[in-house]
Design a protein around this ligand. Structure first.
Ligand code: ATP
Ligand code: MG
Length: 364
């Protein structure tokens, strides 16, 4: 089960549109999806015609400590269509922060509600409100991936730094570091401005930018007004095509990871004792970056996780090093230098990844 928070504090950048239609596209690809509306505006609930369900079975009910109103998360789920369920929200959700303000575990409420519910979904998708407050913090705390829709407008990158700062804070304070991906939305192919913005946004996010671009499409507005996803409304529209492409891109990335994991685990399944106990090889990964503040090594071998375990040690001469004991095999990896994902400049062996950029390769 993978939990994806769709977030950006900028209003109207396409969070809810992405949440609804990515959920519907993944569901139509046969994945079991739970969409959680974490916005008191309830736009995702309205957009899927689930707003009337939210009277006493809403996100608020799943997160409150008020005993009379509290429900299990699983009791707040409504079925929308095949493979797609939802927990809808209402305006009561805006009172939750005040209600929980003295509770130590306030920012982990959603994470706890999800983990204690023992849910059976491939993806949980969370639609966040346009702020970096308590509700969004709950979503980031619960998520393994943060998907940031970026619209092609003048101010679209202005607040992103704050979101990345909040994620950094969560990493430092709690050791939780979800993967970050950005997706371009409201792209108008006819305007030069959209193209200029897209180039700028790509150079900001680099490897974290998904290759799918969501174009402007009237069908997306019409579908929401009818309370259905664009996949149900008009499967041939640009809105449907782009959200299906987005779903496929995420599935491909997930599939590539699973496949590589399976390959790595393959020798373990073989009966020969010699193969069952592969000899680890000690590898020194090094970066020459005297001015860097922190560097991490992420790759297949550590599930691309940025944490204390993946941090490089700085030597006196400005070199950074990480020693790894690796089983024989082929691994993809990258360095994260002060938050920037880069390939290994000392290594010419590199391959394109599912995002269209390059990973360094090591074969042992
Ligand atoms: N690709 C698109 N093409 C056409 N209209 C779009 C597209 N994406 C979003 N919209 C429209 O733009 C408006 C804002 O979109 P949406 O509600 O998804 O943004 P949001 O980020 O969730 O907003 P909020 O910050 O208020 O939650 C809506 O009217 C929506 O229908
Ligand atoms: Mg919204």
């Amino acid at each position: 089960m993978k939990i994806i928070a769709i977030t950006n504090q900028k209003g109207g950048c396409g969070k809810t549109t992405t949440a609804i239609n990515l959920s519907a596209a993944l569901a139509s690809a046969g994945k079991k999806i739970l969409l959680i509306d974490l916005d008191p505006q309830s736009h995702a609930s309205f957009g899927l015609g689930a707003n009337l369900q939210a009277v006493d079975k809403s996100t608020y009910n799943a997160l409150t400590d008020n005993e009379e109103k509290r429900r299990k998360l699983s009791d707040c789920i409504t079925n929308i269509c095949q493979n797609l369920d939802m927990v809808s929200s209402n305006i009561l959700l805006s009172t939750l922060e005040q209600e929980l303000k003295d509770k130590d575990d306030a920012v982990s409420k959603l994470r706890e509600a999800i983990s204690s519910a023992k849910l059976d979904y491939n993806y949980i998708i969370i639609d966040c409100p346009p702020s970096l407050g308590f509700l969004t913090f709950n979503a980031l705390r619960a998520a393994e991936m943060v998907l940031v829709p970026i619209d092609m407008s003048a101010f679209s990158l202005m607040g992103v730094g704050k979101l990345l700062g909040m994620l950094e804070l969560i990493k430092v304070k709690i050791g939780h570091s979800p993967a970050i991906n950005a997706v371009a939305t409201l792209f108008d192919n006819r305007t030069k401005y959209s193209h200029t913005m897209l180039t700028e946004i790509k150079s900001f996010f680099r490897d974290q930018m998904l290759r799918t671009v969501i174009r402007t499409s009237v069908a997306l507005k019409k579908a929401a007004a009818n309370g259905i996803s664009v996949i149900q409304f008009d499967k041939s529209s640009n809105g449907a095509i782009d959200h299906i492409a987005l779903a496929n891109e995420l599935l491909e990335a997930e599939g590539a990871k699973e496949f590589e994991k399976a390959l790595r685990e393959l020798p373990m399944a073989l009966p020969s004792p010699a193969i069952q106990e592969p000899v680890n090889k000690e590898v020194d990964f090094t970066v020459n970056a005297p001015d860097a503040r922190e560097i991490y090594l992420v790759g297949d071998f550590n599930h691309w996780k940025i944490n204390e375990e993946s941090r490089l040690a700085r030597l006196d001469d400005g070199k950074w090093v990480k020693k790894m004991g690796l089983e024989p095999g082929k691994y993809r990896y990258k360095f994260v230098v002060d938050g920037e994902w880069t390939i290994d400049n000392h290594n010419t062996d590199r391959e394109q990844n599912a995002f269209g950029t390059f990973d360094s390769i090591i074969k042992l």
